[in-house]
Design a protein around this ligand. Structure first.
Ligand SMILES: [Zn+2]
Length: 110
């Protein structure tokens, strides 16, 4: 598995110094880190098996997406997760809840 992200860093030619280049590199690294983390969240969500069922056996239907902001080591990021609802028992399920809550990564259903 491999992921690539890009970022743009602007540097003023008139104000060039080791310090200004260092600050630009750090700004770019933070932006690249945020983009990479968001791409990893999307990758994890895509890895979750598609045809899932609720613990009661009911079929699940999509109820849209829910946005969430997270404070991370690379800065605040905004990402969205799919929300599902069981057609049998009505249970609401947010994908990747365990991942966001800081527990084990949850890729398998049920
Ligand atoms: Zn159910």
């Amino acid at each position: 598995m491999s992921l690539s992200v890009s970022c743009t860093v602007n540097v003023s030619v008139e104000d060039i110094s080791v310090n200004s280049l260092e600050k630009a590199a750090l700004t770019g690294a933070r932006e690249a880190g945020r983009r990479l983390l968001q791409a990893l969240f999307e990758l994890v969500e895509r890895a979750i098996p598609k045809h899932r069922r609720c613990a009661c056996g009911g079929r699940l239907e999509s109820r849209g997406r829910v946005e969430r902001e997270l404070m991370t080591l690379v800065g605040d990021i905004l990402f969205s997760r799919q929300k599902l609802r069981c057609l049998n028992c009505g249970r609401a399920i947010l994908l990747m809840k365990r991942l966001v809550c800081g527990r084990d990564v949850w890729l398998r259903w049920g």
